[in-house]
Design a protein around this ligand. Structure first.
Ligand code: ADP
Length: 399
């Protein structure tokens, strides 16, 4: 028996297959519609060999799930799928734990969609596609917000009229929780601090979306993303935190609509907005190397905001023991890590340049004896979701 994990984005569907008993990863792959509307790139990596179809005729999730299952079988991965674990970005106030999906929980989840209109509806579409392709399997959801359900009030309430919390549910939810939870666990393991209540970490998840979280004794105490995944660090196309007065000015004086503001802040800002080159960090780095001033500025601002956020999270905990870099940029850009660490000596961060350049995942890149240990951790969101699905399955007495 196996566990299939589906992670649906607006133009990609990541998937991974795990052995049900051990949660060992058997295969992983991607359906990618970026660049073409009616065809997709389907890739699969497994110990049985890799597979790639550069122009698969896949127009929606229904077809995508069917093709994923077909491709897994064709690669010799024939074990029946017993459980499907889905990644859902927003669990709202209601879903603070991994949850089994049935008609009732799905209805409740639909009510959460307005809180994450760019993320939840596509994930729910993928859930429906998977349920119709695999009706006998148990379907579960892991939520990016769930890790933050225990954030202290002082970190989750905004200084706005009290009625906003009461009447509209405005509060900090926090996102990327599946990744932060994995990294917190893995870093504690690597530094032999598992279960230590005073062990303090700052985790920087730097991918297309970026967030930083302060974790003490395995629990988050503050995080940079907020009511939406738009707050906090500068990102690929998202602005991160800006003066809310800018929005009021553009709306009241320049006639911007909500839709225009949403598009600008979510899709035209961040690295793309400043560099004018790309939202992709590698391309921004390349443009900077080729002399683009705006690309250089984008990288400096990106690093500066990460540093300032780290400092503020450290102060919240009164100090820290470890700093973790993860996700595409965090794991792979030694330049970015060096830039971020370059002014954190005052907080006890001492990077080892050779280790940083070698950039090995799940390893320490600070100098021996650095007061704060710096780590690169490869995030494994799908693995985390598979483990949560396995726990739910065992709880349901089905294995
Ligand atoms: P997502 O947030 O969509 O899961 P990733 O975590 O894969 O995305 O992060 C994507 C980002 O990581 C992109 O900006 C990409 O340029 C960056 N990235 C990936 N590999 C490298 C690399 N070798 N050097 C610098 N940046 C990289």
């Amino acid at each position: 028996m196996s566990i299939l994990v589906l992670n649906a984005g607006s133009s990609t569907l990541k998937f991974a297959l795990f052995a049900e008993q051990t949660c060992e990863e058997l295969a992983r792959g991607l359906v990618d519609w970026r660049g073409t509307a009616d065809t997709a790139r389907l890739t699969l990596q497994s110990p049985h060999g890799d597979f790639e179809d550069g122009a698969a005729e896949i127009t929606g999730y229904q077809e995508a799930v069917r093709r994923i299952l077909e491709t897994l079988r064709a690669s010799g991965l024939n074990d029946p799928v017993h459980v499907v674990g889905h990644r859902i970005v927003h669990g709202g106030d209601q879903f603070q734990q991994p949850t089994r999906l049935d008609e009732q929980t799905l209805r409740q989840l639909e009510a959460v969609s307005p809180l994450a209109p760019l993320h939840n509806p596509v994930a729910l579409e993928a859930v429906q596609a998977a349920r119709s392709a695999l009706p006998e399997a148990m379907h579960t959801a892991s939520f990016d917000t769930a890790f933050f359900s225990t954030l202290p009030e002082s970190a989750s309430i905004y200084p706005v009229p009290w009625s906003w919390r009461k009447d509209y549910g405005i509060r900090r939810f926090g996102f990327h929780g599946i990744s932060h939870a994995w990294c917190a666990m893995r870093a504690a393991e690597l530094l032999q601090q598992s279960g230590q209540p005073w062990f303090r970490l700052v985790i920087c998840h730097l991918g297309n979306g970026c967030s930083a979280t302060a974790v003490q004794g395995g629990r988050p105490v503050a995080t940079s993303m907020g009511f939406t995944p738009l707050e906090g660090l500068m990102m690929g196309t998202r602005s991160g935190s800006i003066d809310p007065g800018i929005l009021l000015y553009l709306q009241q004086q320049k006639g911007f609509t909500g839709e225009q503001l949403s598009d600008a802040l979510n899709h035209q800002s961040g690295l793309l907005g400043v560099s004018g080159v790309s939202s992709d960090f590698r391309q921004v780095e390349q443009a900077a190397d080729e002399g683009s001033q705006r690309a250089r500025l984008a990288i400096l601002m990106f690093a500066d905001r990460i540093r300032s956020t780290i400092a503020s999270l450290v102060v919240t905990m009164g100090g820290f023991d470890g700093l973790v870099f993860t996700a595409g940029i965090g794991e792979h850009s030694d330049r970015l890590r060096r830039l971020v660490a370059s002014k954190l000596g005052c907080l006890g961060v001492q990077l080892d340049n050779d280790r940083n350049r070698a950039g090995q995942a799940d390893s320490q890149i600070s100098v021996d004896g650095s007061p704060v240990r710096v780590l690169i951790v490869r995030t494994r969101e799908e693995q985390m979701i598979a483990r949560e699905a396995q726990r739910l399955l065992r709880g349901a007495g089905e294995s």
